[in-house]
Unconditional design. Structure first.
Lengths: 482, 432
């Protein structure tokens, strides 16, 4: 079984960690050699190019010209609002994915690999063709923040619902709304074992992760006792199992609920409560300063990399002032100077895969063949087993360069089933400069000399030069960053 | 180059590989493609041999109490009315449903049966009630602590303990393949390590371009990845060097020895490939493998259930590896570890919640096996910690530090496990 390979993958530490000190300085220095930041182009970062690379899954041909025309502020504002209208081609492709048209309960006869295929296809299609690119980026962020492993039991069948009603619905809403939706998500309740959390025999899994990973962050002041008390509050948060009801929907089951009084983070939750106990916990967590900090920190790092540190304080304040309004929190980050001049961020495999499709205006069905590449690169969607989501740190991904090169080659050579580049459409006057600009969304600078000379060689070698040139552009060190 | 010279310079200089791609010495060495046996002895010619370390990390918090079971503890049966396993001498239970006795106090879960002969012949040591100082019971905190080689998550080196081991034993002529991790990403224990790759499978570790273009494209990539210094450049250079190395062996043709049969699982395949890399003598020093699925809050079961399936996979994979390598186990040490154990009392879902101490295995030719090493704290309620968990009485670093100093010739373990003085345990024979 291929899938369980995901289980093998390690889990990264959350949050920052201090560097070596004292006796370890010698080693720390040696590591430092390999941690040089990637170089920026000699002629400086192109503002529009950087903006689009951070807010979207990379520019498509023509995007930069269009965005330069409307200006940075107007572009950011447009991205922060989603009018819900989708590209017609995208809508057509999505309509063919039945798991999104069905109830989880009705879809249980569809085998899990097929459910996952459809879920991943939708994600690839939306990231590639979606008009609301910032929304798609935030979906990537929240999908990992509220990670659900699709290979556990029948969570996959419930994930389509979670995707529509939690992640996509609230990606640019408020954090508290999203948290409440996630806590009622059948996929989440099942993934974190809350169906087994009952009065007298609490299961701590969801209680721990909601504090550690969804809201406050680890070491933020809660105790093991708090975990146990929160677990008691969520007893009875279960799924509808009764005949002729909306089966597998959320249901609060009073018979399974612990009605005793609880004490959570210094707040007393009086005896005799029902679903209200869990709702009170969600409220306490949403309003906790540690949550404002933790969510802000993750958002800042997602958009600014390590330079995000500078923006955490301000973002936290906005969280508190606006009660966790996501657009209000990220607007200043997106307009910040750091977004433009901070060091590049490594593209995770999903970023890398989609940005290549967009750069070369590829056609894709998002199907099995391209999903196989995502798997080999280490990021099959909805298949990270642990609740912390795929790691963002660079070193987690640099061990798998070869699968990136293989994807780059197969994409350029037209060897991925259901996915292809129409070179005739792109090739009009294709040459090294144009290939570079399409893939890198900027003009070549002095540091790109080696790449330019290699792709020159490809073009002068024969009529299929665009295959080798496209491959080398996508496989080059500079295309791995955004 | 003649055979004798090949033997002397068996290890390609990493520097030459990185700068010129296929170095001359390696090119000649490559001619020995089918003669792995000849290569296998050449290592000793250059420097004092040390072991190859294989780590298997059980991710999710493996339940020590149902794997290496303290069956003489009445509290075990009281705390786990549904999950407990019958003692070895229980006349009512049939063999597959009761424990396998280890020392009159602890018994193996029946799914660990394939490891019993190795324990009895003295190459498997079992440790119990071990772990870190981490009390968060968070997977991520506890794993990070152990993988960074710390008492608990917090200040300290950001790099992983294996990475620091590699750094403190680094030489100028190291192989480009000092360490491998099987999987798409590098584990934190290897964070900051050089000469390390994450592999899905060594058999498909190849550029998927047409044969006639392969060298051309590889040369082009070498040119692109030569000039820079950031992590991506470095990773690209390492990858190209490994491509060169692996082309010399033919992993698809690898035949395990002595009829060893690896399970067709990720762990089984990983162990098989590790054996192949060890045999190929590419200069591998550490292989890091993982096996997930131990977070058994639900449906853990006793002799049937999730834990049983996981233990079965672990035992069969390790036993096959041991059989396959045979006498070569004299230069291999395998460590099996997890981030924490699980609570003594079972929960409502035929499972267990996060706990504290768990078990470790140590296996190899240099291991003083056939014993359970433990300062057993007991599991009666008054002997547990405040949450109801088995106390940690052996620091996991004592075990790892001894392996590194005695078997891996690392004389700087204080730089690997900073601010810690490991207690000698007498688990392994020191190499001379």
């Amino acid at each position: 079984m291929k899938v369980s390979r995901r289980d093998l993958i390690s889990i990264g530490a959350i949050g920052g960690v201090a560097m070596a000190a004292g006796g370890c300085a010698r080693i720390a220095n040696r590591f430092a050699e390999h941690h040089t930041e990637p170089a920026l182009p000699d002629h400086g970062v192109d503002e529009t190019s950087r903006l689009v690379n951070r807010l979207s899954f990379g520019p498509r041909p023509g995007d930069l010209a269009e965005i330069s025309k409307i200006g940075k502020t107007a572009y950011v504002e447009a991205m922060l609002k989603s009018d819900g209208k989708e590209d017609a081609r995208l809508q057509f492709l999505l309509n063919r994915l039945e798991v999104f048209q069905m109830d989880a309960y009705d879809s249980q006869d569809i085998p899990i690999p097929e459910v996952l295929r459809q879920l991943q296809a939708a994600a690839i299609l939306r990231a590639t063709y979606g008009r609301h690119q910032l929304h798609e980026r935030m979906v990537d962020f929240w999908t990992n923040h509220f990670n659900i492993y699709g290979r556990k039991g029948l969570t996959a069948n419930r994930k389509a619902n979670d995707e529509s009603n939690v992640v996509r619905k609230h990606a640019l809403d408020t954090f508290p709304n999203m948290l409440v939706a996630s806590a009622h998500s059948p996929a989440m309740l099942m993934y974190l074992d809350n169906q087994g959390n009952v009065a007298g025999k609490p299961n701590e899994n969801y209680a721990r992760e909601i504090m550690e990973l969804h809201t406050m962050g680890v070491h933020s002041g809660y105790t093991q006792k708090d975990v146990q008390e929160v677990a008691r509050c969520f007893t009875g948060w279960a799924l509808e199992k009764r005949f002729l009801r909306h089966r597998w929907a959320f249901r609060f089951d009073p018979d399974l609920h612990d009605t005793g009084s609880k004490r959570v983070l210094g707040h007393t939750i009086p005896a005799g409560g029902d679903e209200s106990d869990g709702l009170m916990v969600l409220n306490i967590l949403s309003e906790h300063p540690a949550t404002a900090h933790f969510i802000s920190k993750k958002l800042c790092h997602y958009f600014l990399g390590d330079d995000g540190e500078k923006w955490i304080g301000r973002t936290e304040e906005t969280y508190q002032k606006t009660k966790g309004d996501i657009p209000s929190m990220i607007r200043p980050i997106l307009l910040s100077k750091e977004l433009i001049d901070s060091p590049p961020i490594l593209k995770r495999p999903f970023d890398f895969l989609v940005s290549a499709l967009r750069a070369l205006d590829a056609d894709t069905d998002g199907g099995t063949a391209i999903q196989e590449h995502l798997f080999k690169m280490g990021e099959p969607l909805y298949q990270w087993p642990m609740p912390d989501g795929y790691p963002t740190r660079t070193s987690a991904w640099t061990g798998s360069m070869l699968p990136r090169w293989n994807y780059a080659y197969e994409l350029a050579a037209g060897k991925i089933g259901g996915t292809g580049i129409d070179w005739n459409r792109l090739q009009d006057g294709m040459n090294s400069e144009k290939m570079f600009e399409l893939t890198h969304s900027r003009r070549p600078s002095r540091m790109d000399g080696e790449l330019m000379s290699q792709i020159d060689k490809e073009f002068s070698a024969g009529k299929d030069g665009h295959v080798g040139a496209g491959f080398l552009c996508l496989a080059s060190p500079s295309f791995q960053w955004r | 180059m003649k055979q004798a010279e090949v033997a002397r310079s068996w290890r390609p200089s990493r520097r030459s590989l990185l700068t010129t791609g296929l170095g001359l010495s390696l090119a000649s060495w490559a001619g020995q493609r089918s003669a792995l046996a000849d290569l296998a002895i050449s290592r000793e010619n250059k420097d004092k041999p040390h072991d190859i370390l294989v780590t298997i990390f059980l991710r999710g918090g493996a339940d020590g109490l149902n794997s290496v079971v303290p069956y003489m503890e009445d509290a075990y049966y009281r705390g786990r009315p549904n999950l407990s396993i019958a003692p070895p001498k229980d006349p009512r239970a049939n063999t597959s449903a009761k424990l396998l006795d280890l020392n009159g106090f602890f018994g193996f879960h029946p799914a660990l049966a394939p490891l019993l002969p190795i324990y009895r012949e003295g190459q498997l040591a079992i440790l119990h009630a071990c772990g870190s100082h981490d009390t968060t019971r968070s997977h991520f905190e506890a794993m990070a602590a152990v993988e960074r080689g710390l008492a608990a998550q917090g200040p300290g080196p950001a790099s992983g303990w294996i990475a620091r081991h590699l750094a403190t034993t680094e030489r100028t002529d190291d192989s480009p393949l000092r360490a491998v991790a099987f999987g798409g990403t590098l584990p934190d224990s290897l964070r900051g390590a050089t000469n390390t790759v994450a592999l899905e499978s060594i058999t498909d570790f190849e550029l998927q371009a047409p044969k006639e273009k392969l060298q051309h494209y590889q040369d082009a990539l070498s040119a692109l990845y030569k000039p820079g210094k950031d992590e991506v450049f470095h990773a690209g250079q390492e990858t190209l060097a490994v491509l060169d190395s692996l082309r010399k062996i033919d992993p698809a043709q690898y035949k395990p020895s002595q009829g060893a049969q690896y399970p067709d699982t990720d762990l089984g395949r990983g162990m098989r490939q590790t054996a192949c890399l060890i045999r190929a003598n590419l200069g591998l020093e550490v292989a890091a493998l993982d096996r997930g699925g131990w977070d058994t809050h639900y449906a853990q079961g006793s002799t049937v259930g999730i834990l049983s399936l996981s233990l079965d996979d672990l035992a069969k994979s390790v036993a096959a590896f041991h059989r396959d390598l045979g006498v070569e186990m004299s230069r291999v040490t395998v460590v099996v570890m997890t981030e924490f154990g699980r609570r003594v009392a079972e929960n409502s879902g035929l499972g267990t919640d996060h706990g504290r101490a768990s078990f470790m295995f140590l296996l190899g030719g240099g291991t003083h096996g056939g014993q359970v090493y433990t300062k057993w704290p007991g599991i009666e309620p008054h002997q547990l910690d405040e949450t109801g968990d088995l106390k940690v009485t052996t620091d996991y670093r004592d075990v790892l530090a001894e392996v590194l100093s005695h078997r891996m010739r690392n004389d700087k373990t204080s730089e690997v496990f900073v601010n810690y003085s490991p207690q000698p345990m007498g688990l392994v024979t020191a190499l001379k």
